[in-house]
Design a protein around this ligand. Structure first.
Ligand code: UDP
Length: 241
C-alpha cells in the first residue's frame, strides 16, 4: 500500500472505499489486524512515545483522521486523497458487520456510554450482533482481554484515547482472537449523543476542531497540538529544502 511519512510516522494514501476493502480482507483472513486512525495529536505523541510510533508504523492500516494531517501532506508535496475518520469507519464497519454477521465488541468511554453507542448502531443496522460492551475505566486488563476473547467478536472498537487504545489492541489482539481492532477515540461519545459532531460544512472546511473546542473548552490541550504539529512539519519541511 502506498503511504507517506509525516515526522517519521506512516500514513497510508487511501480513500474511504479502499479502507473498507482492506477491512473486508482483514476479516476474511481471520487473523488479527490493527487499524490506526491517525490525527495530528497521534503524530505529535509518537515523536516521544516510541512504542506508539512502532505500533503505527507496523499497523495493517493507518488512515488520515484530521485536517492537520491533510494539510501537512500537501506541504510535503504528496497530498493524501481523502480524510478517513475513525467515526465514519466505525459506522461503516457496523453496517458491514450487520450484513455479514460479524460480531462486534465495543470497549471504552465512561460507564454506560458503550451500551448507548451499541444501541444506536443496532438501531441503524438492526441485524448487528453486539458481542459485548465494556467501559474504558478498568484496572484488570487481563479480565477485559478474556471477556473479549470469550465473546467471539470479530471486530473490536476501542475508545480509550490515543495512545492507550492502540497499545491495548496491539498488546492483546492475538489473545483476543479478533480479526480487526481499531482505536476510535471519542466515537462512542458521539454515537451515544453525549457529544455532537461538527456540522457537514465545518467538516468540509477542516474546521471540526473549532466545533470541538466550542462544545468542550477542556479540549484545548488536544486542539493546541494542531498548531504545534503544523509548526513541527513546517520546520521539518524547511530543513529539507
Ligand atoms: N477514555 C477511556 N479510558 C481512559 C481514558 C479515556 O475509556 O482511561 C475514553 C473517554 O471517556 C473518551 C475517549 O476515551 O470517550 C477518548 O476520547 P477523545 O476524544 O479524547 O479521544 P482522542 O481521539 O482525542 O484520543
Amino acid at each position: 500500500m502506498d503511504s507517506i511519512s509525516l515526522l517519521g510516522i506512516r500514513i497510508d494514501k487511501i480513500t474511504f472505499p479502499t479502507a473498507m476493502e482492506a477491512v473486508k480482507d482483514f476479516i476474511e483472513s481471520g487473523t488479527p489486524h490493527i487499524i490506526v486512525t491517525a490525527d495530528a495529536s497521534a503524530v505529535v505523541i509518537a515523536q516521544e512515545d516510541k512504542v506508539l510510533a512502532e505500533i503505527i508504523n507496523s499497523a495493517d492500516l493507518v488512515t488520515p483522521d484530521s485536517s492537520g494531517i491533510m494539510i501537512a501532506s500537501k506541504w510535503y508535496g504528496s497530498p493524501l486523497p481523502q480524510k478517513v475518520s475513525g467515526v465514519d469507519l466505525a459506522v461503516e464497519m457496523a453496517d458491514l458487520a450487520a450484513r455479514e454477521g460479524y460480531p462486534m465488541f465495543l470497549l471504552g468511554a465512561a460507564p454506560g456510554v458503550a451500551e448507548e453507542a451499541a444501541r444506536e448502531l443496532v438501531r441503524r443496522y438492526p441485524p448487528l450482533k453486539i458481542a459485548g460492551v465494556r467501559d474504558g475505566f478498568f484496572t484488570d486488563e487481563s479480565e477485559v482481554v478474556q471477556a473479549v476473547a470469550a465473546s467471539g467478536a470479530k471486530i473490536l472498537l476501542v475508545a480509550m484515547g490515543i495512545p492507550r487504545q492502540e497499545k491495548f489492541i496491539a498488546g492483546n489482539m492475538e489473545r483476543m482472537g479478533i480479526s480487526v481492532g481499531m482505536g476510535v477515540g471519542g466515537t462512542f461519545d458521539v454515537l451515544s449523543g453525549r457529544v455532537t459532531r461538527a456540522p457537514q460544512w465545518m467538516r468540509r472546511h477542516g474546521l471540526e476542531w473549532v466545533h470541538r473546542l466550542a462544545s468542550n473548552p477542556k479540549k484545548i490541550t488536544k486542539v493546541a497540538t494542531l498548531p504545534r504539529f503544523l509548526w513541527m512539519v513546517l520546520v521539518d519541511r524547511l530543513r529539507r529544502i
